[in-house]
Design a protein around this ligand. Sequence first.
Ligand code: ADP
Ligand code: TRP
Length: 355
Amino acid sequence: MDKKEIVLSGIRATGNLHLGNYYGALSKFVKMQQDYDCLYFIADLHALTTNPDPAQLHENVKNILAEYLAAGVDPEQATIFVQSDVPEVSEMYLLLNMHVGIGELMRTTSFKDKARKQLGISTAADSDEEIEKQIIGTNSNKRVNAGLLTYPTLMAVDILIQKATKVPVGKDQEQHLELTRRFARRFNSFYGVDLFPEPENFNFGDHAVKVPGLDGSGKMGKSEGNCIYLVDDEKTIRKKVMKAVTDQGPTEPNQPVSEPVENLFTLMELTSAPEIVTHYRDAYADCSIRYGDLKKQLAEDILKVTLPIRERYQEIRADDEYLARVTRMGAEKARERAAATLAEVKQAMGIRKFY
Ligand code: ADP
Ligand code: TRP
């Protein structure tokens, strides 16, 4: 049998998953598991970069794990594990950091966004200089933690330690993948080895999905407060959809569609049957559309996706024994491969034992 390509992805343990996470990442996890050798993990170490409440962290790991399983990730087909259960990752993170520049990490968009938040700098045009001044400046009493800076090193290690070539993630993660490829090339060439393949994002169709929020503009995101969660109950989902921002409605045939309304169509394209989308697009074009009807239909179709997940989630999340079994099995498989790569990395770098 030919060797299947290795797929790896993870989601930070910072709450519950929403439709953006589902269409950007989780639904791809499920679709890929039959055709590839898949590893999916819960990134609890990455969650530490924003110093979560310790009592909440474990609950969040459990949420994401139960959501993976409830959405259809199958522990018999894919390796499901918790990042901190694979200590080889932390060890290789230290080693890879020796080949990563502080400057390239400081220029990463996600670092700049998070540092700005921690330092309380508004998104002013000169904020790059202000970030540097506040971080390096001698009289600054504010701190940006080093874990946040080295977030991309840890993510690269997650991927490289398993030698994954395909990484299903949303569009916002592409800069991190670019850095991963750079680190892989740099390590290979510095030591004259061919240890790491260069990983790529993976999408069905030709482009990365960006799921919009319900508030008229931008993407659906935890910190945006505009999410539909996979585990929201029926009433909550109906209420959120009915409250979504729209406009006054078209007054002329074939009028251009405003952003808030286009966002509802985008959500509909993800969740509803094509003939339903066509029906409402036509109704918009001939000005007969009633947004109330569109929203009712959209809520119905979202519920068809989320309610079965919610039901399974509640059952799975309460089953501690099952969760323990899944993660133990996953950690064993993930560690086996991670340990093999780590040994190769140490060998290449000249770390040898006397005994
Ligand atoms: P959030 O932005 O809500 O904090 P994360 O950063 O934890 O979500 O993202 C986890 C995964 O979900 C990543 O692969 C990310 O690209 C994807 N993702 C998050 N929000 C969206 C969205 N609105 N559209 C598409 N993918 C998304
Ligand atoms: N950075 C990713 C996010 O915020 C999570 C992540 C950590 C990840 N390590 C990874 C994703 C490795 C893919 C592969 O969503």
